[in-house]
Design a binder for this molecule. Sequence first.
Ligand SMILES: [Zn+2]
Length: 450
Amino acid sequence: MADHSEPAGQQLLLCSWLITSAGEPPKPDQAVLVKGSVIADIGDQTSMQQRYPDATTVDLRGCAVSPGFVDAHRHCYGVLAHGIPTEHAPADFWAFLNEFWWTQVEDRLDHAMLRAAMDLACYDMIRSGVTTFFDCLEAPNAIPDGLFAQAEVAARWGIRGVLCFEATERVSRDNGELGLRENANFISACRTSESFPLLSGAMCHHTTFTCSDDFIRKAHRMAKELGVLLHFHCAEGTYEPEQALKRYGRRTIEHYDDLGILDETTLASQCVQLSPEEVRIVGERGIRVTTMPLSNCEVGGGIAPVPEMRRAGAVVGLGTDGYVANFFATLRGAFLIHKARLLDPGVMPAREVWQMATADGARALGMESLIGSLSIGKQADLIAIDLDLPTPVTAQNLFEQLILWRDAVDVHSVMVAGRWLKRNYLVLDADPEALLARAREAAARLWSVR
Ligand SMILES: [Zn+2]
């Protein structure tokens, strides 16, 4: 596994195309100087080679170098539930949670399962070019310290991440309080201990249908006091807005607005079933949003109004939900699904999808000063994707070529904070057979608990 000493020396990365940010046109024949954990200079290859003759050259010609992907929402434990047998497909989103996800997955998780799942998830993320992830742990019987069990594994891989525990009053009030405390303890450990240099925490509650108003206000207050984001799942299907209408006479986002918790602290994931008025509120309050197009399909939740939220001014990051291991599948989902819904091939151009997967993911997680684009002084979190394509690559078509015709296997190299985690198509210090064996053993235990 990666050691955490400061990466030594200067590395000069030569690449055929450089994406500094999805907001800028890609440039050919560029070089990036990495010094320690940060980007120290960027320029054309010839002048950079003259300027830094003593730097170690890393030849990535034949590749596009880009900011690493930000998987802005996932549940790493979910890998153990892939293919879990169910007697019949759930009737709706409520049935999905109540008859399947809560009872057969979340409530059965223990620390050993969390560790095995996180190990495999980190390997999969690095393999497909994810350099930062946001994980939401939902395991009411694995606290206290479920977050710490996960963090010890993630820290060994050297990947950057935000970890939170989804506090819920679904099991009991005490369990909800324990969940909030789990987050507070983890946030403080990330700040005070050197064990998790690339990890941080967030506050998190589940939904309006599993948490009381007082509990939600408390979670928001704690997030403010601790200076972290408050994350929650929002309107993932029609169930939550329907319940909110019945209970409060207003929809989910309208209810949160009435509670006074929609501000720059707020990170709402999913946001699938929103009315036009809710979309307007999301944009006006400047809350952060993450979208998971493929898992929304799985649960029959619908298709989130992502182009509408972006137009309204919301920052929208892109996530896998842990439903797929390959981030490129999610890129393609985000690229295609809104075109079909809106009967318009012009929505969600490839460049905007790349932006959601990098800079906007970083902004959604409040990490834009560190990551999300490649510029001098930012962290050296980057990926190189090979361009062994049958058709020419141009500045105009690069994003589309990458999203549609590249895949996790084409990710040549991955760097986080100046350290290589994948080189020449191989994840470093990884034993995939052992990872799979541990995950299979954990999944067998999860599936057999009755
Ligand atoms: Zn989720």
